[in-house]
Design a protein around this ligand. Structure first.
Ligand code: IMP
Length: 209
């Protein structure tokens, strides 16, 4: 990796941007989001038609390639709840229309409905798949991160986004939303996938030129 290279994060999610920047900018990457780039911001969002995180990450990276010559990084991620057979998974952002707080409440209601008939396993995991495209290239390389944990009965904490107030990572007793960015970025699914990407880039400099 050489100093200050531009990287497009193929997302408009400001929370993902903050997390990715915190990891990559100290290493010399200038991380830009779709929302920062007027020409990209006016494009429609790519439709996430994939059945897997990898398929969706790939289609997001490929969508922006014709419009962006430098490196592209796409993140597709979600929450998998054991008692719901991995739901909501790739549909984490869209299975329930409303705010994140309303979606969290809807998820708790789903679990409470199950709980009425059985003792519910509250295990869950966050998954991220990153799709990396080197400058000018069209091939995609994938990096995955998973963090296991459990779901709380009610939201706790204000930091982060999405399901963070419900999710307590294994070995901790506070939610991601209580732990905050610095702590989350030591162990999250996204941070793990980013570390795998950094490892790859460090050992294969040709991918960045
Ligand atoms: P995507 O844009 O399709 O990748 O949507 C990912 C969705 O999964 C987000 O909108 C959140 O609902 C959820 N999600 C993914 N990563 C996280 C995280 O780190 N914290 C909380 N929720 C997350």
């Amino acid at each position: 990796m050489t100093a200050t290279q531009r990287l497009l994060l193929a997302s408009r999610n400001p929370h993902k941007l903050v997390e990715v920047r915190a990891v990559l900018e100290p290493l010399g990457w200038q991380v830009l989001s779709v929302a920062d780039q007027p020409k990209l911001a006016q494009l429609p969002d790519p439709t996430e038609t994939g059945a897997t995180f990898s398929e969706n990450a790939q289609l997001k990276a490929e969508f922006y390639r014709p419009f962006w010559p430098d490196a592209i990084l796409a993140d597709d991620s979600g929450l998998e709840v054991a008692a719901l057979n991995g739901f909501p998974g790739v549909a984490s952002n869209r299975w329930f229309l409303g705010t994140a707080a309303q979606r969290n409440q809807a998820l708790l209601t789903k679990l409470a409905t199950l709980e009425a008939t059985e003792s519910v396993n509250r295990a869950a995991q966050f998954v991220t798949v990153l799709a990396w495209m080197a400058p000018q290239k069209t091939q995609v390389k994938f990096f995955k991160g998973i963090v296991s944990g459990r779901l709380l009965d009610e939201p706790h904490g204000q930091a982060g986004f999405g399901y963070d107030p419900l999710f307590v990572p294994a070995g901790y007793d506070q939610s991601f939303a209580e732990l905050g960015l610095k702590e989350k970025n030591k162990l999250s699914h996204r941070a793990q996938a980013l570390r795998a990407l950094i490892e790859f880039l460090t050992h294969d400099q040709s991918e960045t030129v």
